[in-house]
Design a protein around this ligand. Structure first.
Ligand code: PLP
Length: 391
């Protein structure tokens, strides 16, 4: 007799990304599917974490994170995000920004509430909302610049809407919301009295225009939860340090939920990230320049083999279309490319409310060391030749 599982996990599946990554590793291929940053963390960050281990920072920290890390976060939020926040009451350190998002949603929404989500989306957001019984009301982002139609956004609000979620710079599109878009979203959130949650984990990776935090707009401040963290900025996705910044009453609740699930984020690693937050501007400029060069390489390669990439304005992903008839759908394309040339990607259909909209798209993650990205591009070029000559 099978012991039953909870209803809430009935439709939760491990994403295909894990499956493709496993096949890719087995064939010694290049993995452009998973959004891990495949580069070393800054020496200062590693040294401070090692020192914290040697200094025996081994016990639970304050459930909101160490006071010193929260002070460093508040200083960074003022400097970079243009958000004034009190490190004692308006900042909570969590287990990754994913932990901040989960604690934030658990603190604000009830089952049956609706959250407005832009599509294409980051699947974790939608899966977590579904797990908690929250309904997603989707608004389409339109390529090539991934803008949305104001009318569609206005029409998405109902009397059950309690939250609007944005992700800027975005995964998988690379969309960087403009200030005008953020002002419109803030005005609608005020009109309908809903929370704004903004995932800004790629905040430092923008190519064409600076990142704007919606929480810096005075009209959005009292209802905005900003979630971000160290994973992508310092290439430490496995360290699991993220943080939430928002109104004190919301942060109080997030801290309690965080305490219930995890007690605190990993103690010595909090010291490492504190050191990272003190790195000079040149660190961020170099990181951006490095991703820009990688973006150019992958965009040129894809164009050269008959794909039409949507050039991202930020983050380190892009969606690219393949021509009709080349493969039957995105999953077949992903499998065929993986088996033929050993490059793992993700079917675009995984990111859309209506999977058919992404049936001719693949997502490429270019957060790789340059030599590995070059290897991936060499492999992809072979694919182009094979397709063109029919071999
Ligand atoms: N948010 C987005 C949009 C992401 O793409 C990712 C990871 O890929 C995360 C959050 C996870 O961030 P963290 O490692 O801080 O939990």
């Amino acid at each position: 007799m099978t012991v039953p599982f909870a209803d809430r996990v009935k439709n939760i599946r491990q994403s295909d990304i894990r499956r493709f990554s496993a096949i890719c590793a087995a064939m010694n291929g290049v993995n452009l599917s998973q959004g891990v940053c495949d580069q070393p963390a800054p020496d200062e960050v590693k040294a401070a974490a090692k020192q914290a281990i040697d200094d025996d920072h081994a016990i639970y920290t304050n459930l909101r994170g160490t006071a010193e890390l929260r002070q460093a976060i508040a200083a960074k939020m003022r400097r970079f995000n243009k958000i004034e926040c009190d490190p004692e009451t308006e900042v909570a350190v969590n287990v990754g920004s994913a932990g901040s998002f989960a604690c934030g949603v658990l603190s604000t929404l009830n089952p049956g509430d609706e959250c407005i989500v832009f599509s294409p989306f980051y699947s974790y957001h939608v899966n977590l909302l579904k797990l908690l019984g929250i309904e997603c009301r989707f608004v389409d982002l339109q390529p090539p610049d991934w803008s949305y139609a104001s009318d569609a956004l206005k029409a998405a609000f109902t009397d059950r809407t309690r939250m609007i979620l944005i992700n800027t710079p975005g995964n998988p599109t690379g969309k960087v919301y403009t200030e005008a878009e953020l002002r419109e979203i803030a005005a609608l959130a005020n009109e309908h009295n809903v929370w704004i949650v903004t995932d800004e984990i790629y905040e430092y990776i923008t190519y064409d225009r600076p990142h704007v935090s919606i929480g810096s707009l005075p009209e959005a401040r009292e209802r905005t939860l900003t979630v971000t963290g160290a994973s992508k900025t310092f290439a430490v996705t496995g360290w699991r340090i993220g943080y939430a910044v928002g109104p004190a009453e919301l942060i109080d609740r997030i801290a309690v939920v965080n305490d219930l699930f995890y007690i605190c984020a990993p103690a010595p690693l909090q010291y490492g990230i504190q050191a990272g937050l003190n790195l000079p501007d040149s660190y961020y400029e170099n990181m951006c320049a490095d991703y820009r060069a990688k973006r150019e390489l992958i965009v040129d390669t894809l164009r050269g083999i008959g794909f039409a990439p949507y050039v991202p304005a930020g983050s380190y992903y892009l969606l690219a279309e393949f021509e009709e008839g080349r493969w039957a759908n995105a999953t077949e394309a992903t499998e065929s490319i993986l088996h033929e040339v050993g490059v793992a990607t993700v079917p675009g259909s995984a990111f859309y409310r209506n999977p058919a909209d992404g049936a001719r798209q693949l997502r490429f993650c270019y957060a790789k060391q340059m030599k590995d990205l070059e290897d991936a591009c060499r492999r992809l070029k072979k694919l182009g030749v094979r397709q063109a000559t029919g071999r």
